[in-house]
Structure formats: C-alpha cells, structure tokens
Design a protein around this ligand. Structure first.
Ligand SMILES: [Fe+2]
Ligand SMILES: [Fe+2]
Length: 469
C-alpha cells in the first residue's frame, strides 16, 4: 500500500512525487482547475469558511478530515483504493487473467472514452448547481451542497489523473477539454443530456442527487469491476463519496415529504401551497422528470458498445462477483422492452447486447427503496409517490419515438399534450417552487417547505454554524 502524501501540492496516495513528469503535468492543470472552480463553481460563499470533509486516506478506519475550509483552498486529492492482491479479471473473454496495471493497446480508445464520459459528468453537476447557494433552505443544506460540489470536483481530479497517467498526449488533451465543455453551453455542451439541464431550485437538487447521482453510483460500480485495475481502484474510492450524495438526495426529499405531510394534516387539505408547502402532485411531477431523464443515462436497451466493453473486461455488471452465472454471457439471453403494433411488449436479446438494460433494471430496483421509505411517511395521509413506467418521457432508446403515460399506456400526440401538465412540472409548479426559494442563513433555522434533519453532520448539532464568515 502506498502511504498517502497529504501535504503535497496535490494530496495523493499514488506516489506522485515518484513521477516528476506526471506531477508537473498535473501541477500545471491544477491552476486551471481552480480558475474553473472560481468561475463556474458556486456563485457565492467562495471566501466563507465551510465545515467540509476532506479525503486524506482510503482505509476502513476512516478516510476523511472534517474542518472549516474556504472552498478554493479545498485539498482536492488523488486517492485510489488499496490494491487487491492477485486480483483477476472477473468477467468477459479475459476472465481469470491477472488484471492490467497499464492500458492494453487494443482497448485504449474504449477505456479513454469510458473515463472521459464519466469524468465529464463531475464538473457538469457543479456547473448545474452553482446558483443554488443563494437560496439554501438552511446552513446545514448549504454545507451539504458544497460538500457534494467539492467531491464532484475531486471526482474530476480522479478521472484527470487516469487520463494524464495512462493515456499520454490524448489523455492530457481530454483533461483540458473537461474544463472547456460547460453545462448547457450551446457550442460546447457536456457530453450527456441530463448534465446540460439546469438545476434551478433545491427541490430539483434533491431529486437530482437522488436519481442522477444514483446513475453515477451504478456507472462507477460497473467500472469498479474493470480489468483495468487503476480504474477499478479509482471508482471504488469514488463510490464512498457518492454514497453521501445519495444520502443528501434521499434525506432531502424525505424532509420535504415530511413537511408536506405535516401541512396536509395540519390544514386538512391537499392544497398546501397557500401554507408555503410543496403539494404532493408537484413532488410527483418533479420525481417523474428527474427519474425519466436519469433512465436515459443508461443508454439504449441494446448496445454493441456495452457488449464490447463487457467482453473486453472493461466494464462489468453491478456487483458482478455476486452473480451466479458464467460471467461471460456468450450464450445467455433476456428480454428487453419493445414497442410494436401499438403495444408495449418485449423481445429477446442476447444478455451481452442487453447489458445497459440490465444495469437500468438494477438502478430501478435501487431507486424504489427510497421511494418506499418516503411512502412510509406518506402512509399517514394515505398517499404515495410512485416511479413512472420505464417508457415514460424517454429520449433515448426504444421509447424515444413513443409517448407513454406514467402508468405505461401508449398515447397519441394529442393524448400526451392533454395529459402532460399532470405528469411533468408545469411553469406554475416551477414558479411556486421558485417562490419558496429564499436563503435561510441563521444556524438551525429551516425554510418552511422542508423539515429539519434528524441529526447534524459529523456529530455536530443541527444548529451548528456549518457555513460562517
Ligand atoms: Fe461524482
Ligand atoms: Fe455525485
């Protein structure tokens, strides 16, 4: 195990000091990263002290430091999980071979693509969320937003390290382009659609961290299986941070739901807007939107790329090792959704071609868990939130050319136009939500549209001054 050098210009556990060329290259990328952070990171609070967690190691016994830091001074580091002795490729044509410590020449382009697509999402979400700091519902939430933001910055560092260290000249160019593409930029947008949508309000932020960061979890979990060991170890450690982002989403939506239930009961009505709450129908429409755009991130139901990545040992399935099959999938098959003759049905596909769909299924099952938890609170008013049909509001794959209702009925364009205002956030919804977005900066105070958290951060009280100065 390499000891972490946390005092270096770039804190790391990859022995950067032992590779002067690489160190110099990354040290020249660093100021451009900071410049990007100041220009396209949070629009305010850059000079405030924020109570943040900083990664300083990767071990089980604790890997993070908590303390006040000004965001531009955050110690973005490069940390790979410890290597696993005698690790072998776990799937595909190379199953059983020792894992690769350098990029195999024949997979160079594919691996670079996988790293770039993942890496591009990290700064994208910081850009999408940059204005939210002006309207945080509490200092606790403001701090959580910043924690997510700096960690997405660190994830960018993780991918940029791989590009610089393993992909030579092309890798360095790709690393530069990470700071040149911008979320929503007409000429040079981020690579994936969902990362060019703005995150205009905190309700969107909570649903984004619940649904879209969870796509990140599943992508990272399948890259953690990679036969390219440095990628695997990088993603392994990123997943620890990612879990926190989903906590922010799950508890954020949960606290909104809790407040909505309180207001519904207290006023004995569904129409809680006059009382400064977010009504359940609006919550459902926001959920529908963020869930459906996140489903698109998994790609088309069948994909030659996904099949090739798997056969090559580059990207596995979620929890590959726990699956009870041959981990090669050359003869296996499954069904995938198929729309024909006015019906939503299924067709057979090879398991290899259908890997995107398999990952999407795993993701959907994971999404359900949080919805079930929210519904336990909603049982009090005899209501529930539901995940819409997988074909609802999709822009990628089999359903892209069809209109489906949230319960999975195929619709004509007219039926869609008539129904859509009940299914996706309307201008009116957005205006109402926006009207509730007022920054609350008194320690322990919460905006009226969401409940307080049950506990604070790192054993600090809820009314701790998480952001000060
Ligand atoms: Fe991330
Ligand atoms: Fe994340």
């Amino acid at each position: 195990m390499t000891v972490a050098d946390i005092d270096a210009t770039i804190p790391n556990n990859v022995d950067l000091a032992g590779d002067r060329r690489l160190q110099r290259a990354l040290e020249s990328w660093q100021p451009r990263f900071i410049e990007w952070w100041k220009e396209l990171g949070p629009v305010a609070f850059q000079d405030n002290d924020v109570y943040l967690r900083t990664a300083i190691a990767v071990g089980q016994e604790g890997w993070a430091n908590f303390g006040y830091v000004k965001m531009p001074d955050y110690r973005w580091g490069i940390f790979l999980a410890d290597p696993e002795a005698d690790r072998r490729v776990g799937f595909g044509d190379h199953r059983g071979d020792p894992v690769w410590q350098e990029v195999p020449g024949e997979y160079r382009a594919d691996l670079r693509r996988l790293v770039v697509v993942q890496g591009d999402t990290e700064p994208a979400s910081v850009e999408q969320q940059r204005a939210l700091c002006l309207t945080a519902p509490s200092l606790y939430d403001l701090r959580n937003l910043f924690q997510v933001n700096v960690e997405e910055g660190r994830h960018l560092w993780a991918m940029v390290y791989l590009l610089h260290r393993y992909f030579g000249r092309d890798g360095r160019d790709e690393a530069d382009e990470m700071l040149e593409r911008h979320s929503g930029d007409e000429d040079n947008p981020r690579i994936l659609g969902a990362f060019n949508e703005p995150t205009p309000d905190w309700l969107s932020f909570f649903f984004f961290t619940y649904f879209t960061d969870r796509d990140g979890k599943f992508q990272l979990a399948s890259l953690r299986e990679s036969g390219f060991d440095p990628l695997s170890r990088t993603c392994d450690f990123m997943l620890k941070e990612e879990a926190y982002h989903m906590f922010v989403g799950a508890t954020g939506v949960g606290r909104v739901v809790q407040r909505t239930v309180e207001l519904m009961k207290g006023h004995d009505t569904d129409d809680i807007r006059p009382y400064g709450g977010i009504d359940l129908a609006t919550l459902q429409r926001y959920l529908n939107f963020h869930y459906s755009v996140s489903l698109d991130l998994f790609g088309a139901e069948t994909s030659t790329n996904a099949a090739n990545y798997y056969a090559a040992g580059l990207k596995g399935r979620f929890q590959e090792g726990k699956r009870d099959d041959d981990h090669r999938l050359q003869t296996a098959s499954r069904t995938v959704p198929y729309v024909a003759g006015g019906h939503v049905g299924e067709r057979e596909a090879t398991a290899l071609a259908a890997l995107n769909e398999t990952l999407r299924d795993d993701y959907i099952a994971d999404c359900r868990k949080g919805v079930d938890r929210w519904n336990r609170a909603l049982a009090d008013v005899d209501r529930e939130l539901v995940l819409p049909h997988v074909g609802f509001n999709r822009a990628v794959g089999e359903f892209a050319a069809h209109r489906l209702s949230p319960d999975g009925q195929l619709l004509t364009d007219d039926e869609w136009s008539t129904g859509v205002s009940a299914w996706l956030p309307t201008d009116e919804d957005r205006t109402h939500v926006e009207s509730l977005m007022v920054g609350v900066d008194e320690p322990g105070k919460m905006a009226g549209w969401m409940a307080a958290p049950s506990t604070g951060i790192h054993q600090k009280p809820v009314d701790y001054e998480y952001v000060r100065g």
